[in-house]
Design a protein around this ligand. Structure first.
Ligand code: ZN
Ligand code: ZN
Length: 350
């Protein structure tokens, strides 16, 4: 066992990241040590890379970043019971204490003392990563490592779409980032009668089609009326389920206008400012149910996701546009920040 490893760190406040050599983390009695097989770049990592206002307020360098990964367990702590050396694992990035009232009421994904892996603690853009047994998820041994690495964001999509069943229902999804694209696939796999996808980048909308969208609405085209298009597609009734994954005020307004009376609104996109909602007409009189979606339902979303992969109904490979070496991380971040948005999910191999 080597003593040191390569890792990508935010060395100090400011933009950029560095590849460096650091000690392999030591594990406590309730932790496991994982040799990383694959890791993927998230929008959160891009915020940290750019060092925007959110990153400056939250991140305390030096920090190993990254929170989406899979790998093989090489060591387990003395108190670990459910994980063995050799298990192929991923992890949920939301670390919970298990003891606060929110956790004890069965909602650990929004723990009162929540910490996010790779944001508040050292992450996985490295050769090895230590994590608590309580955060680990054991994958099917044959799962493609590229797919196993993207389960944290795919699990967001599973939670957002399947917080209530969608079989036989019309579903509209705003957002052509990776989570929106995964959501299209989840809605299709779970038997939605109509999957409408709203985005603004042609290449992304094409991936949405590959994921199973019946109807793509490109808001970059002049004269596009998203609400009217969705009403026409649902005989004027409105959509049963709307899933908002952009946080854009225009999209939020459209989603409230397009959801049918008695329908469901899954709110996942994060607006940069507080936004206005007409509570009377858009929620109360319409009888709309709103779910705030943060993280993944632990561990229901993971079981559902594993089941969708096993069934063959959900193929996420169209969303994984690039597979590169961890050493090429700079190219990965250049692709993630390119204005053309050709890259969706980028998987890196240490
Ligand atoms: Zn992520
Ligand atoms: Zn808690």
């Amino acid at each position: 066992m080597p003593e040191t490893m390569r890792a990508i760190i935010k060395p100090r406040p400011g933009s950029g990241l560095e590849m460096t050599t650091v000690p392999i983390p030591k594990i406590g009695p309730r932790d496991v040590l994982v040799k990383v097989r694959a890791t993927s770049i998230c929008g959160t990592d891009v915020h940290i890379y750019k060092w925007d206002a959110w990153a400056a307020s939250r991140i305390k360098p030096p920090l190993i970043i990254g929170h989406e990964f899979c790998g093989d367990v090489v060591e387990v702590g003395s108190a670990v019971r459910s994980i063995r050396v050799g298990d192929f694992v991923s992890a949920d990035s939301h670390r919970y204490d298990g003891t606060c009232p929110v956790c004890r009421k069965g909602q650990p994904h929004i723990c009162a003392n929540l910490e996010i892996f790779g944001v508040d603690t050292d992450g996985c853009f490295a050769e090895y990563v230590a994590l608590p047994e309580s955060s680990a998820w054991v994958n099917d041994p044959g799962l493609d490592p590229a797919i196993a690495s993207i389960q944290d964001p795919c699990g967001n999509a599973v939670y957002a779409v399947l917080v209530e069943p969608v079989a036989g229902q019309s579903v509209a999804i705003w957002g052509d980032g990776p989570t929106g694209l995964f959501a299209v696939g989840v809605a299709r796999a779970a038997g939605a009668s109509l999957v409408a996808h709203i985005g603004k980048y042609p290449q992304r909308l094409a991936i949405g089609k590959a994921m199973g969208a019946d109807l793509s609405i490109d808001i970059s085209q002049p004269g596009v009326d998203v609400v009217r298009t969705l009403l026409q597609a649902t005989q004027g009734v409105g959509v049963d389920v709307v899933v908002e994954m952009t946080g854009n005020p225009r999209a939020v307004t459209e989603a409230f206008a397009a959801v049918r009376k008695g329908g469901r609104f899954s709110a996942f996109g994060i607006p940069s400012q507080p936004i206005t909602v007409d509570l009377n007409n858009q929620v109360i009189f319409k009888g709309v149910t709103i779910y705030g979606i943060n993280g993944r339902q632990l561990w229901q979303s993971w079981y559902q996701m594993a089941g969708l992969f096993r069934s063959g109904a959900l193929n996420v490979l169209p969303v994984i546009t690039h597979q590169i070496k961890l050493d090429e991380f700079q190219r990965g971040f250049d692709l993630m920040t390119a204005p053309d948005r050709v890259a969706a999910k980028i998987v890196m191999y240490p």
